[in-house]
Ligand binder design. Structure first.
Ligand code: SF4
Ligand code: SF4
Length: 89
């Protein structure tokens, strides 16, 4: 697990400000998908704010990726629909 599932990290999560969250998860108390993995709700992807999050910088979620992973595969985004940072679950 790249990002520990802790209350401190949940406080830094900016998912609730995100258009994808607004569209699909409004009113649901969820977040920290980079640590907890994807939601059970179905997600129509819009914008993702994860790359601007303090946790992204702290745990080097974008910094550790090469250009193809960033630009094409977008491995630093949409943890709510694609699963946690670093893969699996
Ligand atoms: S990287 Fe994304 S999912 Fe993880 S805490 Fe930040 S905004 Fe939330
Ligand atoms: S993981 Fe990304 S797309 Fe999903 S709610 Fe958080 S910021 Fe938005």
């Amino acid at each position: 697990m790249l990002v520990p599932n802790t209350p401190e990290n949940l406080k830094k999560c900016i998912c609730t400000d995100c258009p994808t969250f607004e569209k699909n998860l409004k009113g649901i108390k969820e977040g920290l998908f980079c640590a907890r993995g994807k939601t059970d709700s179905s997600i129509e992807e819009d914008e993702c704010l994860c790359a601007q999050c303090q946790n992204d910088e702290e745990y080097k979620l974008t910094a550790r990726l090469d250009l193809m992973e960033r630009m094409i595969l977008k491995l630093n985004q949409f943890y709510c629909s694609r699963g946690p940072a670093g893969g699996s679950t």
